[in-house]
Design a protein around this ligand. Sequence first.
Ligand code: GDP
Length: 196
Amino acid sequence: PLFRHAEFYTTVNHIKDLPQATGVEIAFAGRSNAGKSSAINTLVGRGRFAFTSKTPGRTQHINFFQLGEERFMVDLPGYGYAQVPLAIRQHWVHLLSTYLQTRQALYGMILIMDIRHPLTKLDLQMLEWFAQTGKLVHVLLTKADKLSRSKALAVLDEIRQFLSTSYSGCTVQIFSSLTSEGAEEASRLLQDWFDE
Ligand code: GDP
């Protein structure tokens, strides 16, 4: 992994508790079970924590990890569970939309989608909130190992076309945490974003 030393920084459940912005933040978002934790683990070496730990009560938290001086990876709560109560959903909407739309330190968003189930309603919601900021989005179509090569490339093409008309600041690639396909490309992009 490109970022070997990642340290847990803080966890936030309310906008008012966001840490003072002291660097560049890159957010990771995605539907629950899309493969976000696995993708993060592929791209970021484990420090003194495990990204895959999933305490249910923590699912609405925004977790900050420090990757270097003034560099933060921001793990946004997964979405799309069918059984989430309305109050929790409303809290999620407020937390996510406010963070994405107003966070100055936020440079861009990595949006994780299962290549077999791309562009869910809430994925589109995330893009819509973020589009207003004019910031960059990079989509990882993960679990690409689950599809044949030709099918994966066809989905990539389809998603790229859709996004080119609906979100001009959006790029997309194939990814797999199982085979590490696309890990280098994604790492390079993260590095570029942090360096800009
Ligand atoms: P999260 O809820 O988005 O953080 O998803 P996880 O990273 O926990 O992954 C959900 C499930 O998908 C787990 O069983 C993973 O082992 C599996 N998974 C994640 N990424 C991949 C991948 O690239 N390929 C395959 N075959 N399975 C994956």
